[in-house]
Structures are given as structure tokens and as C-alpha cells.
Design a protein around this ligand. Structure first.
Ligand SMILES: NC(=O)c1ccc[n+]([C@@H]2O[C@H](COP(=O)([O-])OP(=O)(O)OC[C@H]3O[C@@H](n4cnc5c(N)ncnc54)[C@H](O)[C@@H]3O)[C@@H](O)[C@H]2O)c1
Length: 281
């Protein structure tokens, strides 16, 4: 039975993942190498829970209980007894492989090791461990407490039992899953990023202004925001990195990143986080 969950990485995604598991009654051990990130994560989780309570979505008592179930640590060894681990450290392949190699030696036998990676093959991550059947992709969406979807990615060796236990966990935290095989971009980014990239091509070719491209897609296809606005939210560097994963992974020119996207990233226009992207903030 899963009662204690280890979360590795206390950044944007890690804090949301810890929040959600703790909210639904799991004990969480949140690990990061940076103390400042752990402090910031606990503060963010507290603020987000308070916001949920203010809206009436959860009780004040649950705010206190949830925070009480989260323990933070800078020592990976403290994850030895977790029943399930989710890794959400920086998206850098050598780092993830190293973390999984180490984690495999620390976490007790039988526990599942999941990764929240957006683009690194789960099969490759699994091969860094001696339990590839127990490794699976668990791709949460940002912001985790609000977004309903979790993409579940089955690596080449992921067992049916690992898949079943992970699916059960997704249901326990009241999320919905979409199941993907392990190919570049999985489901959502495979479809979303080429759409964003095509929107950048439309701007690059002078087909329309950024405002009209976004308005066309927002009102014409009933999306909550246009693709260029969304790209600014995600970060243009992240969009470019994912296009490159698709391009390199499939060796298919249809995934060629738009030269304008490349140029904007080179110029430091990363979107909202840098104050400038397709729009100014
Ligand atoms: N940001 C998103 O929208 C999003 C969405 C889905 C999935 N993801 C994936 O989630 C993962 C994390 O992304 P993020 O946006 O939260 O990044 P982030 O930069 O906000 O957080 C990464 C955290 O990892 C920590 N870290 C780095 N090296 C470490 C190590 N050796 N041991 C422990 N912790 C370490 C950092 O201190 C930091 O707190 C990535 O794999 C990313 O692809 C991100």
C-alpha cells in the first residue's frame, strides 16, 4: 500500500506535486539540493492552500493537515522508505540519469520510481536503474493543483502492475490520466508544440499580427488563450527545447523549429519570465 511519497525537486512542479499528494492524505518527503528552494516551496504550498481555502474549495483544517504531512530534506538517503517516488528535478538528461541511478540504490525494493520529465525518454531513465519494470512517466501539468490531467508514460519495460498502481494513485488525487507510449513529446507536447511552432511561422511569414493569430485561434477554435500567448507563458526557451526533442527524436523536418523562435530565444526574449516574448510584460 502506498502511504509515503518521495518528491525529488522542489521547483515549480515539485512543490505542486508535493501539495497535491499531501492534500489527499499521503505523507510526503520533499527533497532538493537547494535549501532556498525547499523554503520557497513550503511557502508557495502554504499560500496556494490558503487561496484554495479562501475560495471554499478546501477547509482551513485541511490547510494545516496538508502542511503537517510535508517534510523537507536535503538528504536523498531519507527517501529510503518511501512507497512511491516522483522525480521533478531540472530537465537535464545526465542529471536525471544520475538521480535515478542513486535513487535506485536508496529507495527500498518494490517501490515505483516515476519521472515528471517533459521530454526525456522514460525507457532511457529506466535503464539507469536495476528496476526498469518499476519506472514510469508521470507527467503532471502546470499548475499542478489546478490542472486535471496527468500523462502516464509507459517505458519499454514498465510492468502492468506498475502501471496499475500508478493509475490508482492518479485516481486517488482526483486527476484524470491519458496514457502514452514512450515516444518524443508523448501526447500533449507532440501536438501542442507543433501548433505553437506553426503560429510562430505564421508570424514569421507575415501572414498576420501576433494579436490576430491569437485572436483567430482563441475565438475560432475556442481555446482559453492563443498559441503565442501560451508560448510566452510556457517560456520560449522551453518551447524551442521541446521542438528540438521532436525534431531530433523523429528526424522529421516537419518538426523544424521556426527560425523566428530560435532568434527570439537567442535575443533573450523568453516570454513572461523575461518580461518580453511575443508580447511585453
Ligand atoms: N514547468 C512546467 O511547466 C513543467 C510541466 C511539466 C513537466 N515539467 C518537468 O518537471 C521537471 C521540473 O521542472 P520545473 O519547472 O519544476 O523546474 P524548476 O527549475 O522550477 O525546479 C527544478 C528543481 O530541481 C532542483 N534540483 C536541481 N538539481 C537537483 C539535484 N541534483 N537534486 C535535487 N534537486 C535538484 C532545483 O534546485 C529546483 O528546485 C522537469 O523535468 C520539467 O521538464 C515542467
Amino acid at each position: 500500500m502506498i502511504t509515503t511519497i518521495g518528491v525529488l525537486g522542489a521547483g515549480q512542479m515539485g512543490n505542486g506535486i508535493a501539495h497535491v499528494f499531501a492534500q489527499y492524505g499521503y505523507k510526503v518527503i520533499l527533497f532538493d539540493i537547494a535549501e532556498a528552494q525547499l523554503d520557497k516551496a513550503v511557502k508557495t504550498i502554504g499560500q496556494n492552500l490558503e487561496r484554495q481555502a479562501k475560495k471554499g474549495a478546501i477547509s482551513e483544517a485541511l490547510v494545516v493537515d496538508t502542511l503537517g504531512r510535508i517534510k523537507v530534506t536535503q538528504a536523498m538517503e531519507e527517501l529510503g522508505n518511501v512507497d512511491f517516488a516522483v522525480e521533478a528535478v531540472t530537465e537535464h538528461e545526465p542529471l536525471k540519469l544520475e538521480i535515478f541511478r542513486k535513487l535506485d540504490g536508496i529507495v527500498k525494493e518494490g517501490s515505483i520510481l516515476a519521472s515528471n520529465t517533459s521530454s526525456i525518454p522514460i525507457t532511457k531513465i529506466a535503464s539507469a536503474t536495476n528496476r526498469p519494470d518499476k519506472v514510469i512517466g508521470m507527467h503532471f501539468m502546470n499548475p499542478v493543483p489546478l490542472m486535471k490531467l496527468v500523462e502516464i508514460i509507459r517505458g519499454h519495460a514498465t510492468s502492468d502492475e506498475t502501471f496499475a498502481q500508478t493509475s490508482e494513485l492518479v485516481a486517488k488525487v482526483q486527476k484524470e490520466m491519458a496514457v502514452s507510449q514512450d515516444y518524443p513529446g508523448f501526447i500533449v507536447n507532440r501536438i501542442l508544440m507543433p501548433m505553437i511552432n506553426e503560429a510562430v511561422f505564421a508570424l514569421y511569414e507575415g501572414i498576420a499580427t501576433a494579436e490576430d493569430i491569437d485572436k483567430g485561434m482563441k475565438l475560432g477554435t475556442n481555446q482559453p488563450m492563443g498559441p503565442l500567448t501560451l508560448a510566452d507563458f510556457i517560456g520560449l526557451d522551453t518551447c524551442l527545447a521541446i521542438m528540438n526533442v521532436l525534431y531530433d527524436g523523429f528526424k522529421d523536418p516537419k518538426y523544424r523549429p521556426c527560425p523566428l523562435l530560435v532568434k527570439m530565444v537567442n535575443a533573450g526574449y523568453m516570454g513572461r519570465k523575461s518580461g518580453r516574448g511575443f508580447y511585453s510584460y
